[in-house]
Write a protein that binds this ligand. Sequence first.
Ligand code: ADP
Ligand code: MG
Length: 240
Amino acid sequence: MSPPIVEARSIVKTYDTGAVRVEALRGVELTLERGEMAAIMGPSGCGKTTLLNCLSGLDAVDEGEVVIDGTSLSEMSDRERTDYRARHMGFVFQFYNLMPVLSAVENVELPLLIARESAGAARRRALEALDLVGLADRASHVPDELSGGERQRVTIARSLVNDPAIVWADEPTGDLDSENAQDIVELMRELNLSRGLSFLIVTHDIAVGRQTDRIVRMLDGTVVEEQRLEVPHVLASHAA
Ligand code: ADP
Ligand code: MG
């Protein structure tokens, strides 16, 4: 059996800015199985973003251990961690983080060019990723020429382009109306089922949370409740 894609053991993270000390994570335990799609929910300031950043290695933990696909992040050098992120992880943020002067396809291929992929291969893979999210016909548009929902599709295409094992999404529908939010969740679920891609999604939106495999509720820097959900049978038959 393959190891869980993510295992967090007793994660503690404290921000100390001199004047104030914030215990953002106070001993978080969390396991995400390969191919699972889970939501992290909880009030503003409870530590969701901090947890995502610690699990993805964007931020270092103070205590505890993060194991990704059997490898402890703390055993990697900074360079190895950066490299691991670039090769095996995808990121989706609320406000897209797209480069405004670059077209959709240029935004999507950027991670590959940074990872020194050849220009031709990067372009081909970026176009494939845009096709997967239904935006092949918008490849040459810059973000300003796209709707919010289309922009989020571009960031999802960008998150997929390195063929990651896991995608981290921090409030991916936070800037969208409910209809576009629904399209984005459905797209993530499709990618989850068709490619076995694991998703960890921070969300305020219970409509989004309800469509995942499990809702993890946080409060004051700890996990207080986990709720397993039935995969809607429409999707379950899709997976079979
Ligand atoms: P959430 O994403 O659930 O809204 P965060 O993880 O962003 O919560 O924040 C958790 C707590 O840590 C909050 O009290 C927040 O103010 C604090 N915090 C987050 N980032 C920093 C930082 N860089 N420096 C100091 N405090 C921070
Ligand atoms: Mg947050």
